[in-house]
Write a protein that binds this ligand. Structure first.
Ligand code: 5GP
Ligand code: ZN
Length: 115
């Protein structure tokens, strides 16, 4: 499925809900988390609707690789110089609140609000 009309992150991709964007290409969108846990906290998402990491198979491996490979560049561009943390919450027990695959990338000086 390429877009879910009820999905908040699909609405951000479509421009129906505003977000502070940090990066965009044909495949991926990065925007700042609305409730940041760290001084810098962005979410990396595929533009196509994939509900969670549990729905990913081998065909998505290149895309997942590009999500991970983007993180260092993003953190550099956002001024993070002392390390960062990447997190993907998956499903109910994984603490996933938004049902559109996303990777948190967090950095900046501690203490952080969470994590
Ligand atoms: P999860 O718990 O699913 O891994 O994380 C979802 C994240 O999405 C949370 O950190 C939450 O603050 C963020 N979030 C939820 N709704 C919005 C929104 O409308 N805009 C932005 N920028 N972030 C959102
Ligand atoms: Zn979606």
């Amino acid at each position: 499925m390429s877009a879910d009309p009820h999905c908040i992150f699909c609405k951000i991709v479509a421009g129906q809900i505003p977000a502070k964007k940090a990066y965009e290409d044909d495949e991926l969108l990065v925007f700042h988390d609305i409730h940041p846990w760290a001084p810098v906290h962005v979410l990396v998402i595929p533009k196509a609707h994939i509900a969670s990491h549990a729905d990913v198979g081998p065909e998505q491996a290149p895309m997942l690789g590009r999500m991970l490979a983007l993180a260092p560049q993003l953190m550099r561009e956002l001024g993070v110089t002392n390390g960062f943390r990447t997190v993907i919450n998956t499903g109910r027990d994984g603490g996933q609140e938004v049902q559109h695959l996303h990777m948190h990338v967090m950095g900046g000086p501690r203490p952080w609000a969470k994590g």
